[in-house]
Design a binder for this molecule. Structure first.
Ligand code: SAM
Length: 249
């Protein structure tokens, strides 16, 4: 597994100004938000105390948002691209469990076999395996071969940032997403490096994007220009965008 120095990055380092100014909006948001269930808190700490790139996990507050969206939508099918250790997957399951009679199923995709095995173990230890299939694969082939009759109610995009446009296009162009489905995308502010690009490139797409922030900038623009969908970018932690198809008149 990766031993990356960026695992030393503090959550706060990713949020504007938070390192400099002491108590911040994010700190206050944490104080006022519900706490994670203890098994999720333990997993979060375990990963932060490991060699893994823990900062890749969503925060507990994003987890709560995700779980709330899932519980409200009561999906049959959820697809997550980018499983990592299974932390966000378990938050999704938290939401699925609200729909007791028909809790729905999560398919979560992870490109690394070693990490996918680790995620499976974490999900098993939490006693939630019956809700989740961890699939060891790159994401795009999964979308390309997706059974089109099995509509996706919620898609959570959190894998490689240079793949977001392709994932979005597959979901929308190939009608894999249910008409009343949503796409939830993580890191759409990407370390606060995306919004400065909007000014720098005057709202035009970057021709040959090379960094994650440039890929996300192009993705945000791509979504904003698509008349078939509407979206809201929520500035929580590293940015979460929620996209839905526009209603038909
Ligand atoms: C940001 S992490 C996901 C974090 C996870 N959603 C969470 O919050 O706990 C991204 C993960 O996507 C995986 N990944 C990278 N490229 C991928 C691809 N093309 N398809 C599927 N997974 C990929 C990485 O190995 C990594 O584990």
């Amino acid at each position: 597994m990766k031993n990356n120095t960026s695992s030393n990055i503090q959550r706060k380092d990713l949020v504007t100004g938070s390192c400099k100014s002491g108590k911040t909006t994010e700190d206050y948001s944490q104080i006022c938000s519900s706490k994670a269930p203890s098994y999720l808190e333990e997993l979060y700490k375990k990963v932060y105390n490991s060699e893994l790139e823990a900062v890749m996990m969503i925060t507990p507050e994003e987890g709560l948002l995700l779980s709330t969206l899932v519980s409200l939508r009561a999906p049959k099918v959820v697809l997550e691209l980018g499983c990592f250790v299974g932390y966000s997957a378990l938050w999704i399951v938290e939401g699925l469990e609200y729909n007791k009679s028909n809790p729905g199923h999560l398919y979560t995709i992870e490109i690394s076999k070693e990490i996918a095995d680790f995620a499976r173990k974490n999900i098993e230890n939490a006693g939630k395996s019956h809700f989740v299939d961890v699939i060891n694969s790159p994401s795009q082939p999964i979308l390309d071969s997706w059974d089109r009759s099995k509509k996706i109610d919620i898609a959570f995009l959190d894998a490689n940032k240079n793949g977001y446009i392709g994932y979005y296009n597959s979901l929308i162009n190939n009608s894999l997403l249910a008409d009343d489905g949503i796409i939830v995308c993580d890191n759409t502010l990407f370390h606060n490096r995306v919004s400065p690009l909007h000014k720098q490139y005057n709202g035009q797409a970057i021709e040959n994007p090379s960094s994650n922030s440039e890929h996300i900038y192009n993705f945000n623009l791509h979504v904003a220009k698509d008349n078939r969908t509407e979206q809201v970018l929520i500035p929580i932690f590293d940015g979460i965008t929620i996209i839905r198809k526009k209603k038909q008149n």
